[in-house]
Design a protein around this ligand. Structure first.
Ligand SMILES: Nc1ncnc2c1ncn2[C@@H]1O[C@H](COP(=O)(O)OP(=O)(O)OP(=O)(O)O)[C@@H](O)[C@H]1O
Ligand SMILES: [Mg+2]
Length: 267
């Protein structure tokens, strides 16, 4: 049985009391702005700081510098880990502007539209960093990777093949968990969502509570929809993003319109 890996995020550890099996491919799925990237950054910082293990962050949605700056705004300083080589980036974003200077801790992928070059960059780096039975890989986001890849075959099958081989070569063979964010629901990829969810080991859904969203209030929540090989609770945990990152909060008490009119009548 693979060892379990505690996330270090209090609210998440509560619903995954024994942690996540090391051989897991995890998806963090949710709408725009729900908190997927913050959750990934907080997980990353925990693995670096607390577990002192090597990490790779594959970025599709912004340059590595933006990730560094975002993390700094929470007080998570990753500069020492970049200097020591414990953290390295695979930059699949900057190909649009062809960067002149690339720091030593960044591997710049010249053409991320070619899935093979992305895959070989990832597994070569894992080899170089001796990631076997330790460390973690973060991908932000799979959706952006899907939009880039150009292929003759139907995209869905090509991408699923890619995800399946990543899962086999990373989490399953090397016991290095992968955390990948995925935007849902995007109409262009509904076909892919179900198949993708079927292929992976764990799914963390992140959402705005629909009842509150109807009233114009964005209340963030996550829940473990699926986690192979580890006990887990499946209720929705309400959270807020504070200066310390993701923190569990109480679900606000809804103000019913009848109550509101009653109080105003009393006045
Ligand atoms: N540095 C920060 N400081 C404070 N709050 C932040 C910070 N970064 C993000 N947030 C809050 O967290 C929310 C979620 O941000 P995040 O980038 O994690 O969403 P996401 O699910 O990754 O979105 P997207 O699908 O657009 O990538 C933001 O809308 C904002 O309210
Ligand atoms: Mg994001």
């Amino acid at each position: 049985m693979p060892t379990l890996f505690s996330t270090g995020i209090e609210a998440l550890d509560k619903v995954l009391p024994k942690g996540i099996p090391r051989n897991s491919m995890m998806i963090l799925a949710g709408e725009l702005g729900t908190g997927k990237s913050v959750l990934m950054s907080q997980l990353l910082y925990g693995v670096l700081k607390r577990r002192k293990e090597p990490c790779i962050y594959m970025t599709f949605e912004g340059p590595p510098l933006a990730v560094e700056q975002d993390m700094e705004s929470f007080g998570w300083d990753i500069a020492p880990f970049l200097e020591s080589g414990q953290l390295r980036f695979i930059d699949c974003f900057s190909f649009r502007m062809e960067p002149v200077e690339v720091p030593s801790y960044v591997h710049y992928v010249k053409d991320p539209r070619d899935l093979h070059s992305v895959t070989s960059a990832l597994f070569n780096m894992m080899e170089e960093m001796k990631m076997s039975g330790r460390g973690a890989v973060f991908v932000d986001s799979l959706t952006e990777m899907f939009t880039l890849v150009q292929e003759e075959r139907p995209l869905v099958f090509h991408m699923l093949d890619g995800v399946k081989s990543w899962r086999a070569k990373g989490p399953k063979e090397k016991l290095v968990p992968f955390f990948c964010s995925h935007h849902t629901p995007l109409r262009a990829y509904v076909e892919l969502d179900d198949l993708l969810f079927y292929v992976v080991d764990g799914i963390l859904d992140v959402r705005f509570n629909p009842g509150f969203a109807e009233r114009g209030l964005l209340v963030k929540q996550f829940r473990v929809r699926r986690m192979k090989g580890a006990p887990h609770e499946t209720y929705w945990v309400t959270f807020s993003v504070t200066s310390r990152g993701v923190t569990e909060v109480e679900l606000p008490v809804p103000v019913l319109s009848t109550e509101r009119s009653r109080t105003s009548r009393k006045k």
